[in-house]
Design a binder for this molecule. Sequence first.
Ligand code: SAM
Length: 272
Amino acid sequence: MRIIDFYDRHPISEGQVLDAVRRARGSADALTADDLYPFDQDHYGGLGAVDALARRAGITAASRVLDICAGLGGPARFLASRRGCRVVGVELNPGRAAGMERLTRRVGLRHAVSVVRGDATALPFGAGRFDACVSQEALLHVADKAAVLTEARRVLVAGGRLAFSDWIAHPGLGDVERARLEDWMAAVTLQSLDGYRALLGRVGFRGVEAEDLTDEWRAILRERLTMYRALREDTVRRLGEARYREYDALYAFFVGLVEAGKLGGGRFSGTR
Ligand SMILES: C[S@@+](CC[C@H](N)C(=O)[O-])C[C@H]1O[C@@H](n2cnc3c(N)ncnc32)[C@H](O)[C@@H]1O
């Protein structure tokens, strides 16, 4: 499956996060969640972006939160440690799900954060299990976005909140560019801001809000390209020179589309 392969050969991984922590503090012993934050957030805008979603999702200490496509668990651990809530992450990639489990145990947050390996289009939870669902920079990989949003609504209690961010397509994005994004980054069926707004309404969310983050993301993504380039030595050691070059080319292509205003980001929320 292309999406599994993409994250199996991604410059960010559990091993890379721990190596970065070791370099920053001299050892990876007796870690707290705070030690991981500079390295374990695989989305745009870091902890500020998680906080913004948490506000939109109305997350409090009493919330039962589902992080859909949780990756290595950085946002889930941040929400649990800062807001005092309980978070379950659902993640498709076996290596990332196992990595989330281990990193969470390592920082002593297993009482508040857990992970289930599963598919966002068929959430392995009963109806009304959560007060809030969040997701960051992941639905771009899911062809059937209506299925994910329908599932998120099903697992929310009445009055529960969904808040997520994702790539959005702007009118200039051409078919050849879309095909390349699918081929290189497993990015499929990209929605426009209005397309997502309509989809959220169609699956039954009320009070839908959609914010365009494209201007904000332009600078963030330029920095992220620089960050990936700074990981060159690490990436070559882990994944080889060819993968470093391939990833560099695909990421530069992606950032170029954002610079050109053809691609961007959106933050969405709605109530069940
Ligand atoms: C860019 S990462 C974001 C991870 C995390 N949200 C974060 O901000 O650190 C996207 C994640 O979505 C996961 N993913 C993609 N498709 C999925 C699906 N259908 N179900 C569950 N997880 C999925 C990928 O394996 C990957 O870990």
